[in-house]
Design a protein around this ligand. Structure first.
Ligand code: SF4
Length: 122
C-alpha cells in the first residue's frame, strides 16, 4: 500500500508492529518513519528507531506530514497551465495526459539540446 501526495510519499516497505515502515520524502534524507493506519488512512507518522541512518530522528517538517497530506488545499491531481504567463489559470488534466506531455517535452529537449540538458535534483 502506498500513499502519495505531492512532495510526500509514504511507501510501505514492511511492517513494524501495527505500523507500516516507510520513508519520509519531504527531502532527500529519506528518514525512516513508522506510519499508523486507521481504516486504511494514515493518522500518525513518527521516526523509526530501527532505521539504520535516521535511527528514529524526524525533523519538524515530518511532524506536520499528516496535516499536510490531508489538507483541504492539497493538490491531488495534475494541473496544466493555460492562458498567459502570470494569469494563474490552470486546468485539470488526467495523469496520462500529464505524463504524456512531460515525456514529449523532455524528448523534445533531448533531441534539440542533447541528453545533458535535463538534470534531476531531489
Ligand atoms: S524527517 Fe526531515 S530530514 Fe528526514 S527526510 Fe523528512 S524532511 Fe528530511
Amino acid at each position: 500500500m502506498s500513499f502519495y501526495a505531492c512532495g510526500i510519499r509514504y511507501q510501505n516497505v514492511g511492517q513494524y508492529g501495527r505500523d507500516k515502515k516507510s520513508l519520509c520524502a519531504f527531502c532527500t534524507n529519506l528518514c525512516g518513519v513508522l506510519v499508523t493506519l486507521e481504516d486504511g488512512k494514515a493518522v500518525k507518522c513518527k521516526g523509526n528507531p530501527d532505521h539504520p541512518l535516521s535511527q528514529g530522528f524526524t525533523c519538524q517538517r515530518n511532524s506536520m506530514a499528516i496535516n499536510w497530506l490531508y489538507h483541504a488545499d492539497q493538490l491531488m491531481h495534475p494541473l496544466e497551465h493555460v492562458g498567459k504567463r502570470g494569469e494563474g489559470k490552470w486546468e485539470r488534466i488526467s495523469w496520462d495526459d500529464a505524463l504524456g506531455k512531460i515525456g514529449t517535452k523532455l524528448l523534445g529537449l533531448k533531441h534539440e539540446h542533447g541528453a545533458q540538458t535535463v538534470g534531476v535534483v531531489g
